[in-house]
Design a protein around this ligand. Structure first.
Ligand code: ADP
Length: 271
């Protein structure tokens, strides 16, 4: 687990943070949810802008952001903290969630369903009116500082029966669904994020549209906005567009030779 800490901007720094082009009223919903001291659940496929939205809003709201990515070994102690033994001495080290609760930061746990189930024990009391974090080292309850906000994200497409989010968890959160942006918006995003021309962005978005229409290939994921931005960045460095799209998009979608060959067919009809 590698938590990342984006420092709270000082008054002299620009507060816009990374650019985010909204799909609808999600920035407003985020702001209202934060103001109401409620937690937020972001749903949507990988690479559709969930993390970017959180980064953008943290900067806009002037809150520090602490991000942790869920994985199957991530448990409650990784979030709350643990005792370290140093030269015979034992000292407590706050984990990323404890730091966020104390500092009034926005805590973003990406891909929450990948994490171990014991994390719900620490998330639930933070996600309801109590807004407290129980630390089992000494039974301490830390009251969340006013600006604290808990944001979880998950990808409903990944769910299988055993890994869904429990209703008792879901029902504590305001929920927001994001999807891939409309073609017009996605084109603007690809241009903005890579500096490519409108024509190149339009071609990449058309390729994404064609790939997203594929149903016969059992792809776990389809072409995301992130992959389009990566292809455009390679192209901006001088790589031919088909080669850039092959490396950044097609190869990311499948490891299966015949499937990649079928994706190449789709690409050659568009680029
Ligand atoms: P997710 O967290 O949903 O997996 P990200 O937020 O990391 O996806 O988005 C991947 C990339 O796509 C971002 O780094 C950014 O370049 C681009 N992107 C996606 N949506 C937007 C948006 N609405 N505005 C600006 N950039 C976006």
């Amino acid at each position: 687990m590698r938590p990342t800490l984006i420092a709270k901007p000082t008054p002299t720094q620009a507060v816009e943070g990374p650019a985010y082009l909204p799909q609808g009223s999600e920035c407003d919903l985020f702001e209202q949810t934060h103001a109401a001291q409620l937690p937020l659940l972001l749903k949507g496929p990988t690479g559709c802008g969930k993390t970017r939205l959180v980064e953008h809003m943290a900067a806009r709201l002037g809150r520090p952001l602490i991000t942790v990515s869920g994985h199957d070994d991530l448990g409650a102690a990784d979030l709350t903290g643990r005792f370290l033994i140093e030269g015979g001495d034992t000292r407590w080290l706050d984990g990323p969630l404890t730091r966020a609760v104390r500092e009034g930061a926005i805590f973003y746990l990406d891909e929450v369903v990948e994490a171990r189930k014991d994390i719900t024990v620490v998330l639930h009391p933070l996600a309801d009116d109590r807004r407290v974090l129980p630390l089992d080292r000494n039974g301490e309850l830390i009251k969340a500082a006013p600006g604290f906000m808990l944001v979880l994200s998950y990808n409903p497409g990944y769910q299988h029966l055993l890994k869904g989010l429990k209703p008792s968890t879901r029902q504590r959160f305001v929920a927001l669904s994001l999807n891939y942006p409309t073609p017009e918006l996605e084109q603007r995003i690809v241009q903005l994020e890579s500096g490519c021309s409108a024509a190149v962005a339009e071609q990449l978005v058309r390729l994404a549209q064609a790939l997203r229409r594929l149903t016969e290939h059992d792809l776990e994921e389809t072409a995301s906005t992130r992959l389009l931005v990566m292809a455009a960045r390679l192209h901006q460095r001088g790589m031919a567009l088909p080669a850039a799209a092959h490396a950044a998009i097609l190869e990311a979608l499948s490891d299966d030779g015949p499937t990649v060959a079928a994706l190449v067919e789709v690409q050659s009809a568009v680029l």
